[in-house]
Write a protein that binds this ligand. Structure first.
Ligand SMILES: [Fe+2]
Ligand SMILES: [Fe+2]
Length: 145
């Protein structure tokens, strides 16, 4: 099968995003633990693992298409002085993910690459759930905080 180089580009861009997300959630988890907030640290660590699983699925697709996975330069993890800062940074990260997966999915559909489209659509759904979850956490904090 002929592999569309732009599809490989989108998959690689998505991989870079996921590795950045792993770095950010893991670093925030470490920071939360240093603050003594074990519950938040555990939550953020679980998010890091979910993003790692997204990276894993993208790597499988890249390898099946004959390409060695290679994430680009990762931006620094966005930290902050308190929980609100972390949630705001994560909300931004997840909104970026949604935009990226929407564009990547549209490209795969135009190329009639059903397998890549199915993968991208699946991850897009999970990123949309991450955005909703963060919105709920932020609303809860403004109500009780
Ligand atoms: Fe992700
Ligand atoms: Fe996410």
């Amino acid at each position: 099968m002929r592999v569309d180089p732009r599809t490989l580009g989108w998959l690689s861009r998505a991989l870079t995003h996921e590795m950045s997300a792993v770095q950010q959630y893991l670093a925030q988890s470490v920071l939360a633990r240093l603050w003594g907030d074990e519950a938040l640290a555990a939550h953020l660590r679980r998010e890091a693992v979910e993003e790692m699983e997204h990276a894993e699925r993208l790597m499988e697709r890249l390898i099946l298409l004959g390409m060695a996975p290679s994430a680009g330069n990762l931006p620094p993890a966005r930290l902050g002085r308190g929980v609100e800062d972390l949630l705001a940074a994560d909300r931004q990260l997840e909104a970026d993910a949604v935009r990226l997966y929407q564009e990547a999915l549209a490209h795969a559909q135009r190329m009639r690459d059903a397998d890549s489209a199915a993968l991208l659509e699946g991850i897009l759904g999970e990123e949309l759930a991450h955005v909703r979850e963060l919105d709920e956490m932020m609303t809860e904090r403004t109500q009780h905080g």
